[in-house]
Design a protein around this ligand. Sequence first.
Ligand code: ZN
Length: 241
Amino acid sequence: MTLSLSTGSVWKAVDNRIEGVHLVEKLFSSLIDGVELCLIDQKGFEEFELDKKSIKFLKGMKFNSLHTPSREYGKSRQSKKILEKIDKISQIIKLEHVTFHPNHVKDFSALKKFEFKTCIENLACGEMHKGWQFPKEIKAFLEKEKDIGFCFDVSHAMSNGINPKEFLELLGERISCIHLSAIEKEGRENHKFVFNSSKQAQKKIEPVFTFGVPLIIEVALEKEKIPLIKKEISFVRKKLG
Ligand SMILES: [Zn+2]
């Protein structure tokens, strides 16, 4: 089973995005199979350049992915510039896929000009995310877009009061990977570890462990909690058997 870690999980301990990659390497490289470059903020993305050290590290990983900046994607020059940079990163370190928040994409055909594989992600609760939150609406979209993959975000589903099982059952083989974290109740909440969440939350999340697609640990942490990622990794590994 492939277990990956989002660099967004260590943001609070670093000054920029490339340092996040270095910190993931230093602390967790022997425990994970992949890295998701979380480049969701525009400034972090613009500054981001792979260096020799990160290229060597990431090339040795089995499963790399990238989370795109929160910008509008379509035919604009700005969009093209971002997508070209992502494509270049993909060619250097071989990205298995590139994940977009679908509400940012005004024109999906703009993404198809590139070689990287596009995934969309189900979104958290909130007015801005309408149309991209529930299993049925994601399914309807993916039925029209056969080449687009789906990254299932567990906490986003739970923030909308959806049991993760509903997504797994309805989307099935369209699920390319899973963003793994826990929240306790509906609504907006920081993404937390599964290992120390409540028994009820763990029970809801349980089916994702054996679903058979790469799991990407994506949590929002205060700096002092970052070493606990090791506990989350060993908790998930035990579940995977
Ligand atoms: Zn996510």
